[in-house]
Design a protein around this ligand. Structure first.
Ligand code: FA5
Length: 342
């Protein structure tokens, strides 16, 4: 008997034993290297091949191959067992109960200024007005010149206007959309333009640096102050759904002539005075007037044939009155406890 028979049988038995006892996959690799590797036990036997008779060499070769195969098969099947145990553990840990009810989607709500804006849009659309939009970054020409606002008007001061380094500005009111509307659509014209405006202002309970206005304009033949008052009354009755006390004062805006300030009695305090109405009992809400002929002319409309009215509603202030919000800063604050109430 060839002493190698014993070496091979011993190596086989030990390998199979260790494979069966392997606790982790790395143990298998150790067995493989030790038994089947280039410097392993079985390779040691092949070194003696040169000294063997041809028949003995053939018998040894066969035996070696059979043992190699047996060990390899045992290694593979243990490896597969490790893999399926790992998969089972993973599936166990990632288990998910798909029959549990999903958490409900979080419902948002519209901002109070958006609510009131859409209401006014619907009202004016029903009266034949078009809703226009204009850019928040405006040219000096649209924001001031074309509205007949002279070069030395205090509103142009850096104190009130956010000027950009390229000579443009953040629009200080929605009135430049009047200019864009007249130039684009021509007369007759009925338009409103809600939007965000910016002023370099000290912030307090009723003043923001960023707030919303809603511009309105009607250009037609023989438009009078009576038309203007009709539309303003229709607007306020629709918004407040009750009689509100208003007062009309003369107001000066270079783009209207005559110009008015329409104030409403403060709905927060009802008249005696509070921080919102600056203790006056009245809230400035709706400056308006008949369009200055110069403004029509500068936008290519013949003032001999056409005239009109315009107004610039303080949309943010209107939302405050409508929902009895006593501090304008709440509207920009993004506090969900406040916003979720609408
Ligand atoms: C204007 O901006 C004119 N463009 C309005 C106009 C349009 C007049 C068309 C005539 C014809 P005024 O600066 O007064 O006007 O602003 C209009 C309204 O915006 C005010 O009545 C007020 O309700 C609101 N408002 C003005 N400043 C602020 C501010 N800092 N914060 C909140 N609301 C403001």
């Amino acid at each position: 008997m060839n002493p190698n028979d014993e070496v091979i049988a011993g190596a086989r038995d030990r390998a199979l034993e260790r494979i069966a006892a392997a606790a982790v996959e790395a143990d298998l690799e150790a067995v493989r290297v030790e038994v089947l590797g280039r410097k392993g036990l079985l390779a040691g036997v092949s070194k003696d091949f040169g000294k063997m008779a041809p028949e003995e060499r053939a018998r040894m070769g066969k035996l070696l191959n059979a043992v190699k195969q047996e060990v390899e098969t045992a290694l593979e099947s243990r490896k597969a067992a490790f893999a399926s145990a790992a998969l089972a553990a993973r599936l166990d840990s990632e288990w998910l109960d798909l029959t549990l009810p999903a958490p409900p989607p979080r419902r948002g709500s519209l901002h109070p200024v958006t609510l009131i804006q859409t209401e006014i849009e619907d009202l004016f659309i029903s009266m034949g007005f078009t809703v226009l939009d204009g850019p928040e970054v405006e040219t000096e020409e649209h924001n001031f010149d074309a509205l007949n606002i002279p070069g030395d008007h205090p509103a142009r001061d850096a104190q009130d206007t956010f000027w950009l380094t390229d000579g443009n500005l953040l629009r200080t009111h929605t009135s430049p959309v009047q200019v864009r509307g007249m130039r684009k659509l021509g007369p007759p014209l009925r338009m409103i333009a809600p939007g965000r405006v910016f002023r370099n202002e000290e912030v307090d309970a009723s003043h923001e640096h960023t707030f919303y206005q809603l511009e309105g304009m009607m250009v037609d033949r023989d438009v009078s102050v009576a038309h203007l008052i009709f539309f303003m009354k229709t607007l306020l009755t629709s918004i407040f759904r009750r009689e509100v006390t208003v007062r009309l004062r003369p107001g000066y805006f270079p783009f209207v002539e005559p110009g008015f300030e329409l104030d409403i009695q403060c709905l927060i305090c009802g008249g005696p005075g509070c921080p919102v109405c600056k203790q006056s009992g009245w809230v400035e809400l709706l400056p308006c007037g008949l369009v200055n002929p110069n403004v029509l002319r500068m936008s290519g409309i013949d003032p001999e044939q056409w005239n009109g009215f315009a107004f610039g509603l303080g949309l943010t202030r209107l939302a405050m009155m409508r929902y009895a919000i006593d501090d304008i800063r709440l509207l920009l604050g993004g506090d969900l406890r406040f916003l979720n109430q609408f």
